[in-house]
Design a protein around this ligand. Structure first.
Ligand code: ATP
Length: 318
């Protein structure tokens, strides 16, 4: 379990993290999302003692990182995959960490096997590709067989096979009852991986809820109903305080209802003897829900593309 209590970090007059309180529960993958500069890495760095909070605290398994006798055996973290001497081999790097943390040397071979680096374990880390470096960073996190794992953008630089491997690894670590906190900007990947989401923007919490709840909260998640009596159904839905949409490309007799489950709509129609010919849910994607949530918190927004980019000025050569 990770517990953050009113965690705050200021750099000069800039608040990187402001009064963050949350709990990351074991047995689940918790996705840590937020725009660039939102404070995700700073929060993770404070959890593993690489940064000191200005105020508040963050506990791992009920303790501050500095109080842990063998930190790697309690919490493993992939924060910066390049934080490793380039002239050293992966095997030597892991062995050094194992020795200084009271971890048996036999564990080095195990984690190298888990991350698929056994064959290149004797090579200089400086010669590793981006993806191999990520795998080594994950091996370091797993080395102490810890209960709590933090991964800052673990799929960075991985090929599709590697991305799928990371997804399965996160899910199996959570399945073993561990606490897994993982940050990523890849929303479609996160939608496949995480059970719970912690979304922050400008150092503050925007959402702390199960994945399904975050998606259900999007205005783009809505039920579609087809009925021969749309007026009657609309009247009853509005009476319940639900949002009903009847325009915008809908066919006659079609309604879109926001904020209600299919069961509520079906039961309501049944109670009022309104026939329903079709009832289905249109779920927003995590990306759509995320964009709505963070719309006011994006610090480094992307400008609209210049018209030059979509109007070719030269004829492409064939
Ligand atoms: N050492 C530092 N000195 C000064 N400012 C810092 C430092 N580290 C982080 N910041 C600032 O704190 C804010 C939060 O940064 P952080 O790296 O935690 O965000 P993030 O959510 O991890 O972003 P990204 O998705 O881009 O990795 C940013 O405005 C950043 O510039």
């Amino acid at each position: 379990m990770i517990t953050s209590e009113r965690l705050t970090k200021r750099y000069g007059d800039k608040a990187a993290v402001s009064d963050l309180s949350f709990t990351v529960a074991p047995g689940k993958v918790t996705g840590f999302l937020g725009p660039n500069g939102a404070g995700k890495s700073t929060t993770m760095r404070m959890a593993v003692g690489l940064d000191t909070p200005t105020s508040g605290r963050v506990l791992v398994g009920g303790r501050r990182y500095g109080e842990l006798r063998h930190p790697l055996r309690s919490v493993g973290a992939l924060l910066d995959a390049r934080a490793c001497h380039p002239g050293r081999s992966a095997h030597r790097h892991l062995l050094g960490l194992a020795r200084s943390n009271g971890i048996p040397a036999s564990r080095v071979g195990e984690v190298l096997e888990t991350v698929g680096l056994t064959e290149v374990a004797g090579k200089r880390v400086g010669s590793y590709s981006l993806g191999m470096g990520q795998r080594l960073g994950i091996a370091v996190a797993l080395l102490g067989d810890p209960e709590v794992l933090l991964f800052d953008e673990p799929v960075n630089g991985l090929d599709p096979d590697g991305v799928r491997w990371v997804r399965e690894l996160m899910r199996s670590l959570a399945g073993e009852g561990r606490t897994v906190l993982v940050s990523s900007h890849l929303m479609s990947e996160m939608q496949e991986t995480a059970d719970h989401l912690l979304v922050i923007g400008r150092g503050r919490i925007l959402a702390d809820a199960p994945m399904d709840e975050v998606i259900a909260g999007s205005s783009l998640t809505a039920a579609r109903v087809r009925t021969p009596e749309p007026e009657a159904l609309e009247r009853e839905l509005l009476r319940r305080g639900l949002r009903v949409d009847r325009d915008g490309g809908l066919e006659p007799g079609e309604l879109v209802v926001v904020g209600a489950t299919l069961r509520e709509i079906g039961d309501l129609a049944f109670t009022h003897r309104i026939p329903v010919h079709e009832l289905s849910m249109r779920r927003a994607s995590l990306e759509q829900a995320y964009m709505e949530l963070t719309a006011d918190s994006v610090e480094f927004g992307s400008p609209a593309l210049s018209p030059l980019l979509d109007t070719p000025t030269t004829t492409p050569k064939v």
